[in-house]
Design a protein around this ligand. Structure first.
Ligand code: F6R
Length: 606
């Protein structure tokens, strides 16, 4: 989604602003802009398209201002264009601001401002904020903090705001509600950004702004207030990862780098979770839940994290009698789910900032359900909202297409469901599962050795526009995730089906040369899946089969065999192959892998 950076201090602001926006490029955007502050004037420059277009328009040498803000926009209200891009400025050119999020009541506020004679340049919801601020500051308060407090209390929706003005040329005002905003400082000045990678080169301590807080950044000082105007205590934390970790490290893309980081990420996630062959999730003891009376368990998330949730739900329903559901957060929040103090809700998110997931946890809390967050980004909103938070230790995931976040989610959720079952009915896992957990990082290293074979298989997709993923039982959620990876980075249309469902309709799509990726790693149903594969072969499909070393299959041209391990961890091995496949198909198709079209990392709008 959109990116924000801001700097005020004794150094030149533009280099900070631009490097920060570059670090946030992975989030996806379609236009960019900056405002730099002079005592006498604001200088604003905005372009449609990539940051390179902005750089080409800016003479960096000429811009020695020491205070400024920058933005990359991902269009929500109004087409991607120069006019709609941020920063937005009031009519007299004295206040300029950038905004991430969505203002839900912008139409009524716009009408109010139109009635007062304000003129709008853009189609955005953001522009109303700068005019409203102009109105309150110049006609009511004459004090920017008071004006900003009045404005934020009138806005409905989500926002991270960053504001400069020639009225206070060395200050930046920021505000946050439901969209992330992180502050930092060093010996040269103070700064802010919508995500930590933009700050990492400048300091190792960060101050994530809490919901409903505003801050004033001056060259030597940061002050934080709540929306009532009360000054707040600042809770600085160590930056969640270092700058080297956020760079490509010799790989062609972040996606490939992150695929290869999975053994280490899994090792880190498991650190301290298996002690004396017992799984430890002591955080669960902090929940105020009568486990034996648990009525329902929900796994709630979006996209890839939701797919990890489906796998976890399928496993957990086998271990207890409690009804278990996996629900996309966007459906959960509007679906009137059955919720009360005897329900447990597990929210899964890499970023911890996904708007639907955040709204879903708020609903669960409102209904007194116990909440667990499974989150990758430290200090993110979900970590603060959940009753207890478990961290996947995947490190920074920069690639828009999620890879190591998924595998670490599967691993941590597998630990979690066993502990939940233990609390509900005393369940104890087989020692083989403990052995598999311990061996998993090495097993993933082995799976990565199939890379050249997968690269070769990607050649099958050269002239193809479609592919079908099939699998039964616990293979099915992995098929969903494999198909999501393929479509998001290579733009090949991909669908996932339960293998047994094929002949009830989708088989109509199979013709000579259609690619089918079949997952048959579940001993119990493998023979059935093989029969379904035969049905597609009979209609001319080309099948890539992923199965285990022990399952008997014969006569397939393209087969990859994986070690059979405990069912709940099998998705980890399978998906590594499917991630590599998606990656190499995208290479063949010449796609911009780290910046897939229309997609954004961390979807902070509904
Ligand atoms: C797909 C992908 C998305 C995210 C989804 C949720 O590769 O990255 O589907 O999984 O937007 O994001 P988080 O996990 O940050 O809540």
């Amino acid at each position: 989604m959109c990116g924000i950076t801001g700097y005020t201090g004794r150094s030149v602001a533009l280099p900070f602003i631009m490097q920060g926006l570059e670090k946030l490029e992975y989030r996806g955007y379609d236009s960019a802009g900056v405002t730099l502050v002079d005592k006498s004037d604001l200088f604003t420059c905005k372009v449609s398209g990539r940051l390179d277009n902005l750089k080409a328009k800016l003479d960096e040498e000429a811009h020695q201002q020491t205070c400024g803000i920058g933005h990359t926009r991902w269009a929500t209200h109004g087409v991607p264009s120069q006019l709609n891009s941020h920063p937005h400025t009031n009519s007299s050119g004295t206040i300029s601001l950038v905004h991430n999020g969505i203002i839900e009541n912008y139409l009524s506020l716009k009408q109010e401002l139109l009635n007062k004679g304000y003129v709008f340049q853009s189609e955005t919801d953001t522009e109303i904020i700068v005019h409203l601020l102009d109105d309150v500051y110049y006609h009511e308060t004459g004090d920017m903090l008071q004006a900003l407090l009045k404005v934020v209390n009138r806005l409905k929706g989500s926002f991270a705001l960053c504001i400069v003005s020639k009225e206070f040329p060395d200050q930046i005002y920021v505000a946050k509600k439901e969209s992330p905003m992180i502050l930092g400082k060093n010996e040269t000045g103070t700064f802010c950004a919508s995500d930590a990678p933009a700050l990492l080169a400048y300091g190792d301590q960060i101050l994530p702004l809490k919901d409903k807080e505003v801050a004033i950044l001056s060259p030597d000082d940061i002050r934080v207030f709540n929306f009532k105007g009360e000054e707040m205590k600042q809770e600085w934390i160590a930056a969640p990862y270092n700058i080297q970790a956020a760079q490509k490290g010799g790989y062609d893309s972040f996606m490939l780098k992150e695929i290869h980081e999975q053994p280490r990420a899994i090792r880190e996630t498991l650190r301290g979770r298996i002690i004396n062959d017992e799984i430890e999730i002591n955080e669960l003891n902090e929940l105020d839940l009568d486990w034996k009376k648990t009525e329902r368990i929900y796994f709630v998330a979006c996209g890839t994290a939701y797919h990890a949730g489906i796998s976890a739900a399928k496993e957990l329903e086998k271990l207890t009698d409690v009804p278990v559901y996996a629900i996309p957060a966007s459906e959960f929040r509007y679906g009137d789910p059955y919720l009360n103090g005897r329900c447990l809700c597990i929210f899964i998110s890499q970023s911890g900032e996904t708007a639907d997931t955040i709204a879903a946890i708020k609903l669960a809390k409102q209904k007194q359900a116990s909440t667990v967050g499974v989150v990758n980004v430290l200090g993110s909103s979900l970590t603060r909202l959940s009753d207890v938070c478990l961290y996947t230790c995947a490190g920074p995931e920069i690639s828009v297409a999620s890879t190591k976040a998924y595998t670490t989610q599967i691993v941590l959720l597998s630990c979690l469901i066993i502990k939940i079952a233990e609390k509900i009915n005393g369940y104890k896992p087989d020692i083989q599962l403990i052995i598999d957990f311990k061996e998993l990082p090495e097993l993933v290293e082995k799976v990565l050795k199939h890379e050249s074979q997968v690269k070769e298989l990607s050649g099958l997709f050269k002239d193809k526009k479609d592919a079908y993923f099939i699998g039964r039982q616990h293979d099915y959620p992995v098929a969903l995730e494999g198909s999501l990876k393929l479509k998001e980075v290579s733009y090949v249309h991909a669908d996932a089906y339960y293998a047994g469902e094929l002949k009830h309709g989708p088989i109509a799509l199979i013709e000579d040369g259609t690619i089918v990726i079949a997952l048959a790693t579940q001993e119990k149903v493998a023979a059935k899946t093989i029969s379904n594969i035969q049905e597609t072969l009979a209609r001319g499909s080309k099948v890539i089969l992923i199965t285990t070393e022990s399952i008997e299959v014969d006569g397939f041209e393209y087969v990859i065999r994986l070690k059979e391990i405990s069912r709940c961890l099998m998705p980890v091995q399978i998906i590594v192959l499917l991630q590599l496949l998606a990656y190499y198909v995208a290479v063949i198709k010449g796609c911009d892998i780290d910046k897939p079209r229309n997609l954004a990392k961390s979807v902070t709008v509904e």
